[in-house]
Design a protein. Structure first.
Length: 80
């Protein structure tokens, strides 16, 4: 997977490349971009991800905000 700076996102990635990549802003990872190849597959994957997230929140007792905070905190520690 390649990395693209946010300032070059549209020009470099969305307009000409059709591969997945990570997005950084000020040297920090802010997300991933996966081009849509098959809309039905994307919708199915999003539904599965929602179900998994609901299960994780139910099992941990965390709110979505608490989960995101913990996830980002763990990511920052792993990058240090």
């Amino acid at each position: 997977m390649k990395t693209v700076q946010l300032s070059e996102l549209e020009r470099q990635a969305l307009l000409k490349d059709r591969e997945a990549f990570s997005v950084e802003y000020n040297g920090k990872l802010i997300g991933y971009y996966y081009p849509v190849v098959n809309q039905k597959d994307v919708e199915r994957a999003a539904e599965e991800m929602d179900e998994i997230m609901e299960q994780v929140l139910a099992e941990t007792g965390l709110t979505e905000e608490e989960f995101v905070t913990a996830f980002l905190s763990a990511d920052e520690k792993s990058c240090a």
